[in-house]
Structures are given as C-alpha cells and as structure tokens.
Design a protein around this ligand. Structure first.
Ligand code: C2O
Length: 541
C-alpha cells in the first residue's frame, strides 16, 4: 500500500444551529470533520495538533491497530491526552482491513462534535462483492447539544442523576426540518432515477442508539462494522454508537422527494428523551426542490423486535474461521448501578447505597481511569495504576427478562476499580456479556478496541449454556455489539494483537459512569508478535 498523510488541527469554531450560536470543537474547522480516504493496506500518518484549551485524543474506531497499540487513541488507556498546544502523530496501517470506519475524539465527551468518516477502499482492481454503486455517500448519525458538552459531562456526574437528552439528532451535522430554525439546515442526496447508491452509515452519536430509514425505499445491508455481510434487505436498520453499516439503495420510486430519518432506539424504561427525528432528503433529480417529502417510518423507540430483526440479518459474507475451542472464557455482566462515590482515585470500598449516584459497571466494577495510561504503566512496569483481577468472581445476577427489578439488594451495587484481564498471545477468547442492572436494563453497544470479534450468539433473558444457540458458521465479524436489553451476547476472537485494549459501552454517559474494563494481550514470541516501543512524541500526563 501507499502512505497517506493528514493534518488534523483540533480547533474551536462558532456555529449557528437550532437558533443558537455557540463554539464547538472541530477538526480543521469542519463539522463533521474531514474524511480520511485510503485503501486496504495503506499506511496512515496523521499529525494531530491541539489548538484548543481542552485535552484531546483521536481514536480510529474499528482500525485493529495491528502492533500499533500506541496509536489507538483512548485517553488514559493507550496514551495521555494531547494537551493544549501539543501535538502527536498517529501512524498505523490498515492491515487487511477495508470498509467504513470513523475517527473520533476519545476523551470526556469531546466526541460530540469531533468525529469524521474513514473510507477504506479495496485494493486497486478488487471490486466490491456486489453491484458497483452509481455513487457513494457518507451518512453520519450524530447528536447536537446546545450546552458545552464537556461542562455537561461534569454536571451530570456531579448531579448523580441521568444525562439530559441531546437537543437534536443530526445527519451529517444537520438536524433537518423537524427542529427549530433548521428548515434549511438539512442534508440532501440528489439521486438519478434507476441508479443504485451505496450509503456508508456511521453512528457517531454520543448517548443514543438510532434507527435509520428512507421513505418508500428498501435498504440492502452489505457490510457491518467494515466487514462484508450476506446481502440482507430491510425497511430500516439500527446502529448503536460505534457501529457502521453499508447499505445499497436503489432509486426505484417515482420522481419526488423522500425523507431519510434517524430516530432513537431506547429500550430503558422510565427514561425521558428527545423523540424528534433528524430528517435528510433523498431527492430525485427532476423533482421540485420544495415539494413536500414523503415521511420515513421509523419503529417505535422501544421496538426491541425491530432491533433483533436487524441483528438476525447480519451474517458474514464469506466462510469464517471461528475459534471452536476456548482458552479464556469470561463472563461479564454489563449494566447500570447506583454507587456512593465516583472519584478519580480507585476506592476499593466505595460500595453504593440506595439514593447514591448513577454508576455503570462490568461485573459490578465501575471503571475508574488511572492517572497515566495503562499501556504506559504496563510497558514501563509502573505499579499502582491498575489491577489484573478482571473479570473477578462470577456475580449473582437477576432475571430481568420480565422487566426491571424492584427488589435488588444493596450488595449488587458497583464498587470502583481499574481492572484488567491479561491474556496470553494467541489465546482463543470468549466473552459472554450479560445485561443486568439494579436501575434499568437497556441495550448496550459494547465496543472492543484492537480486534474484531465473531458475534456467535445472543438472546434475551439470562445466558444459559444449555439452551444458548451459537452460530459458528457465518456469524458477523464486528467491533461493537449491542447486548440485547435484559439479554446476553457471546463473542469470540483470537488474542493475536499484543497491547492494552479498552472494552466499553459506546454510550458515552455509560463510559463516564464506568461501564468498561481493559484487556491486556501479552507479547508473543516472534518479532511480528511483539508490541513496538512507544513513539518519542507520546503525550505526557
Ligand atoms: Cu469508538 Cu473506545 O471507541
């Protein structure tokens, strides 16, 4: 492959949206940020300079960072933040990876406006495994906040209560006509009748999973999380934050204006949120520009069955090599809890009480970020930053298949910790995520850095090894899996990429509350199995 250079300047910019002018953080004063266009096996070098007063890092979501863990980007996991006025150069190769990815800030809630697409084309001369589209379009689903998001995160954590919803959903940064002052702040794709279009969907939203549909048009899913899938035709799709999906759409309707809609999927109970959809237009050339658009139908906000239908449709296109034997089998509960104290320093005995503050956890451990990066601490053998006791003893959990509990005892509440699991190079790993909670169950988009994984099974209720149905033939190969509300999901992968890899819920509010843990994959024997030395310009904390 070739080497592609990019210059990312993290800068503030004034924007006017929803009748309101404010400053947002961007890359190169673009919102969404610049698109990185490369090819499979290309080397990508991005010099990131932070010209804002805030901390910044950039994560290359879905890029497996083979032997390049130092450039993965999550703050306090693989690097310290790039401080105001500093720069850091990210360098990595798209080893055997192609498809739709995205980059985003990975510190605090900066991701709200700091994101952009990464499009990795197949090697020259290699066609898509489906009909060549007439045109391709990037469609990024996002959320927009009138308040300063960094302050908002602090306020939400300090309040101990839930996070307020975004002020608008957006498609490529545009809320569309359902929102105040946004009649002209709308994204539009002009289409030629009869042609087929490839839409590269990305959910870059902060705190909400979303449905997407186009009025009167079918979507044929051909790729999920940058891996080809068996073509699957549907009226709508659902993407959790962190998920990408390529869909083909044929302009097979009569000339007119059709709406593309993005709206929330929120399975939790008793949560109030923004239910207005973001709208963009799918407009036929020759249609009157200001003609009334046909509205797209989205499922109800709590339509779990619609989500299952999309999941059921995702199958790897080509035969896959799923690990059959398992060396490390981890059972991980994911969910929301109440916790007495969230703080920067791990407090082992900080057990919550009723009326505590909201927390989220894996196996009842609420993840606290260390003071230097875990990768640096691990590499330099600096003690006191993390423990190696994840996932810990199996925990008692409750059957939430029939709704949220009202009798959960206090001892299920989260304690704080910075826990990691150390895996031998080459070990075959299975993780079973079980959604459970003492607050309310909901679908959690769990993302693993450094790997894609086979989603071998999922279901509702509690995981039961006797009755669980596994697909070892053509499971999708993903990097973010929505663990069904009150249910479970099982993933498998081979730990062949040494480094320190964050695993977390991609809803940022849950990440802020501690829904995460870290996998450390040890070096193998050969040179191509060993993590390189840290780069000279690695930011310091
Ligand atoms: Cu896209 Cu750790 O995130």
């Amino acid at each position: 492959g070739s080497t592609r250079f990019y210059d990312f300047k993290v800068q503030t910019m004034r924007v006017t949206k929803l009748c309101n002018t404010k400053e947002i953080v961007t890359v190169n004063k673009m919102f969404p940020g610049p698109v990185v266009y490369v090819q499979e096996d290309d080397r990508i070098i991005v010099n990131v300079t932070n010209e804002t007063p805030y901390n910044a890092t950039i994560h290359w979501h879905g890029v497996r960072q083979k032997l390049s863990c130092w450039f993965d980007g999550p703050s306090y996991i693989t690097q310290c933040p790039i401080q105001a006025g500093q720069s850091f150069t990210y360098e990595f190769t798209m080893v055997k990876q192609k498809g739709t990815f995205f980059w985003h800030a990975h510190v605090s809630w900066l991701r709200a406006t700091v994101y952009g697409a990464i499009v990795v084309y197949p090697k020259t001369g290699v066609p898509y495994p489906f009909k060549q589209p007439y045109e391709e379009h990037i469609v990024i689903l996002g959320e927009y906040w009138l308040r300063d998001v960094l302050q908002l995160e602090q306020q939400v954590l300090a309040s101990g209560g839930p996070a307020p919803p975004a002020d608008a959903f957006t498609i490529n940064g545009h809320p569309g006509p359902n929102y105040n002052c946004s009649r002209n702040d709308v994204y539009r794709i002009d289409v030629v009748p009869g042609k087929t279009y490839l839409l590269r969907l990305i959910n870059a939203g902060l705190n909400m999973e979303n449905f997407f549909a186009i009025a009167n048009h079918k979507l044929t899913v051909v790729e999920a999380d940058a891996e080809y899938t068996k073509p699957f035709t549907t009226d709508r799709v659902m993407l959790g934050p962190g998920q990408t999906m390529n869909v083909l759409v044929t302009a097979d309707q009569t000339i007119g204006k059709y709406s593309m809609a993005m709206g929330p999927y929120m399975s939790a109970q008793n949560i109030s949120f923004q239910r207005i959809s973001a709208i963009a237009y799918f407009q036929y050339l020759g249609a009157v520009p200001n003609s009334v658009s046909l509205p797209a139908k989205l499922p109800n906000f709590n339509d779990n069955l619609a989500v299952k239908t999309v999941m059921d449709g995702l199958r790897s296109l080509n035969p896959v090599d799923v690990p059959k034997k398992i060396d490390a089998n981890l059972f991980v509960t994911v969910g929301l809890n109440v916790n007495k104290c969230r703080s920067k320093t791990p407090q082992k005995n900080c057990r919550g009480m009723n009326n505590g503050t909201f927390a989220a956890s894996m196996n009842n451990i609420s993840f606290i970020k260390p003071t230097i990066s875990i990768l640096e601490a691990y590499y330099k053998k600096i003690g006191g930053q993390f423990t190696v006791d994840f996932p810990g003893a199996p925990l008692q959990f409750y059957d939430f298949a029939n709704g949220a509990p009202n009798n959960a005892p206090n001892n299920t509440q989260a304690i704080n910790g910075t826990r990691t699991k150390v895996l031998k190079f080459g070990s075959r790993v299975q993780l079973i995520f079980q959604d459970t909670s003492t607050v309310t169950t909901e679908n959690h988009p769990i993302h693993l850095h450094g790997y894609s994984f086979y989603v071998v099974g999922y279901g509702t209720g509690n995981f039961n090894p006797q009755t669980a149905n596994f697909n070892l033939i053509d499971p999708p190969y993903m990097n973010t899996i929505g663990v069904p509300v009150g249910g479970w999901a099982a993933i498998r992968f081979v730990a062949d990429n040494p480094g320190v890899w964050f695993m977390h819920c991609h809803l940022d509010i849950h990440q802020s509350w501690g829904l995460g843990a870290v996998l450390i994959v040890e070096n193998g024997k050969g040179e191509l199995e060993t993590l390189p030395h840290p780069p000279a310009d690695l930011p310091r904390c």
